[in-house]
Design a protein around this ligand. Structure first.
Ligand code: PLP
Length: 386
């Protein structure tokens, strides 16, 4: 939803660009505070979803930590003012250099994804004269019912350690003197709208926790990862997902030990709805089955439709004429450079503005320079609302 003043302001800016509604981000963070942080849960924002300083600033003020998947993300989080003891670091392919970055900053947790990584981490920590705090990322084999490219918690996925390796892990751990096992970590996928997969995750976590305890490992931290989804079809009706039932589910289903700390790593559910990609219509091509609205934003600015067949709602900001059928397409020489097919929109003409909604997570951060396109800019509601 955009105010007339915002739409007026857009007409003076060079398109395409990202527009972030910081008030909506504040409201979303208030929900996370009320239903998550105030219950004692720790929430780490998955910085890969959006690494803009303006976004990170509000997230830091709200009291969240950061979840990183690269050394550069650790550096960015620290530059944005997050404390290293709020930074978790996951990823199946951490380089030695990235591990050293984490060690140098004494981050809260390395979320280790393989036994070999654990060994490398142990050696590098030993060389640095440090003890690395480690959570083991376990693959719980839970079906998240999301797109196959964003499912991560099944045995056939590359992420985490499958539970058949646990006996080996228990044997190896005592010989690793420079790592301190403090917890277990999970992340079953992304854009999970139903709560059921998370209930199943809790059951797995409870069983695994029993197993670790039987082997004499007490866990200080349980990290459930992220993956909570947003409503891409109706962003105005559901401007943030229902955090109350999400956090309550874990309160109800996790069998926690005394003083055990519970962590989440939420990306999309926090930053997704506050961002839109604003674009201008270049050409209208009347087709046979549909009309093509060729806009000046493409997969170079927002790759999710091309990469995951993701659907983002398209709003026409400058027309309220009767509706016609359109394919909304970008300018890039790829047929997958299509935002929507066969949708009903108010009649569009060259020069109209459109907003591609729910693009605050995995949007701008995935933009590319393909076709030597200019790097997309970002604007913020605080600066445009006079
Ligand atoms: C991407 C990622 C997240 C965040 O996922 P969302 O679906 O954006 O909430 C959390 N943890 C890990 C390890 C990730 O890779």
């Amino acid at each position: 939803m955009f105010t007339p003043a915002q739409i007026e302001a857009f007409s003076n800016l060079k398109t395409p660009f990202y527009f972030y509604d910081l008030d909506l981000l504040r409201k979303t963070l208030d929900q996370v505070k009320e239903y998550g942080l105030s219950k004692g849960f720790h929430v780490h924002f998955a910085i890969k979803a959006n690494f803009n300083f303006r976004i990170l600033e509000l997230i830091k003020e709200a009291g969240l930590g950061i979840d990183c998947v690269s050394g550069q993300e650790i550096e960015r989080a620290i530059e944005a003012g997050f404390s290293p003891d709020q930074i978790a670091f996951a990823g199946v392919g951490k380089t030695d250099e990235e591990i050293q970055t984490g060690l140098n900053h004494n981050i809260f947790s390395f979320n280790c994804e393989s036994l070999q990584e654990l060994e490398v981490l142990n050696n590098l920590a030993s060389e640095a004269g440090k003890t690395a705090q480690v959570s083991i990322r376990l693959n719980p084999n839970v079906e998240a019912n999301t797109h196959k490219y964003i499912t991560t918690g099944l045995n056939e996925n590359k992420f985490g350690i499958t539970t058949d390796k646990l006996p080996l892990l228990f044997d190896l751990l005592p010989s690793f003197h420079s790592v301190n096992l403090t917890g277990i970590h999970f992340h079953i996928g992304s854009q999970i709208r139903a709560l059921e997969p998370f209930v199943q995750l809790c059951e797995k976590v409870n069983n695994l926790q029993d197993l670790f305890e039987q082997k004499g490992f007490e866990l200080e931290h349980i990290n459930l990862g992220g993956g909570y989804g947003i409503d891409y079809e109706a962003p105005d009706e559901e401007p943030f997902p229902e955090f109350k039932s999400f956090f309550e589910l874990f309160e109800k289903n996790l069998e926690l030990r005394e003083n055990q700390q519970v962590h989440f790593e939420l990306g999309r559910s926090i930053a997704g709805q506050c961002g839109s990609l604003i674009s201008k219509v270049l050409y209208i091509k009347e087709g046979i089955a549909t009309n093509f609205a060729v806009i000046d934003a493409g997969m170079t600015e927002l790759i999710r439709p091309a990469l995951y067949q993701a659907s983002h709602k398209v709003d026409v900001l400058t027309s309220s004429k009767p509706e016609k059928t359109y394919d909304v397409v970008g300018p890039i020489c790829e047929s997958s450079d299509t935002f929507q097919r066969g949708i009903q929109l108010p009649e569009i003409k060259r020069g109209d503005f459109v907003a591609i909604r729910s693009a605050g997570a995995y949007g701008e951060v995935m933009s590319s320079g393909f076709n030597l396109r200019e790097r997309v800019k970002a604007y913020y509601s605080d600066d445009l609302n006079q």
